[in-house]
Design a binder for this molecule. Structure first.
Ligand code: SAH
Ligand code: DHB
Ligand code: MG
Length: 229
């Protein structure tokens, strides 16, 4: 099994299921391409989810019937476009980004995709923003996507939980990192962020959780899926 093979299968799935014949609520192929192009031109890292992962997020949010979505880690807004496309007309998405340059690129991309009426980009440290939301007793989120600095995953799960309701769904990206997650002696602080989160989930009285490995155009990684009791 080679990375080349994973990529050609992803290309095939994307051609079949995400092309111009996609009549779902998906963002247009043009909007998605423009977002990646603008992100690349601005020098952003290619840390966006893959197209078929983005559509998975959209479908999960729709299956959940999400009206309020929280995203932690915006980058150029690629996953934001997918998640916002899951929303009904009265829905809203709050996305959190620490890097001002990333937030600016994202705001432009979200506006170009005509999703700015449904999306707020909150610039600043995600922890500080989330703590502010908790203080304000923000209305519960139905769906949360955690995809920022992996070192803070446990805090993001706890704060997301404080902003959730029974039945809320939390998806966490990048929980496998080329298999690094299984190495207790890793020298990568991101791996320890994921492992600390797993320890939290293992004993958590209010969360049911699983995790799944993925291969594809973004290499070997995976998602954790959490449901609030
Ligand atoms: N969800 C995006 C990718 C996010 S990459 C997508 O799939 O398209 C992770 C992002 O988290 C980066 O833009 C980074 O600047 C941001 N980030 C890192 N640490 C953060 C923090 N402490 N608070 C908020 N955002 C942070
Ligand atoms: C990295 C972060 C991500 O969110 C991702 O999807 C891929 C890579 C990173 O920090 O390397
Ligand atoms: Mg990610």
């Amino acid at each position: 099994m080679s990375e080349e093979q994973w990529k050609s299968v992803d290309d095939y799935f994307c051609e079949q299921l995400l092309g111009d014949s996609d009549n779902s609520t998906s963002p247009t192929a043009a909007a998605l391409a423009a977002t990646l192009h603008a992100s690349d031109a601005a020098g952003l890292p290619e840390h966006n989810v893959a197209p078929n992962q983005g559509k998975l997020l959209m479908l999960l949010a729709q299956i959940q019937g999400a009206r309020r979505i929280l995203e932690i880690g915006t980058l150029g807004g690629y996953s934001t476009l997918w998640l916002a496309s899951a929303l009904p007309s009265n829905g809203h998405l709050d996305t959190l980004e620490a890097n001002a340059a990333h937030a600016e690129v994202a705001r432009k991309n979200i506006a170009s995709a005509q999703l700015d009426a449904k999306v707020s980009v909150h610039e600043g440290s995600a922890k500080a923003t989330l703590e502010r939301f908790v203080e304000r007793r923000a209305e519960a989120y139905d769906f949360v996507f955690v995809d920022a600095d992996k070192q803070n995953n446990s805090s993001y799960v706890e704060l997301s939980l404080a902003l959730s309701r029974p039945g809320s769904v939390i998806v966490v990206d990048n929980v496998v990192r080329d298999g690094g997650v299984a190495n207790p002696n890793s020298d990568d602080s991101r791996v320890h962020g994921v492992r600390d989160m797993m320890k939290l989930l293992a004993a958590h009285p209010r969360l049911d959780a699983t995790a799944i490995q993925t291969v594809g155009s973004k290499g070997y990684d995976g998602f954790a899926l959490l449901r609030v009791r």
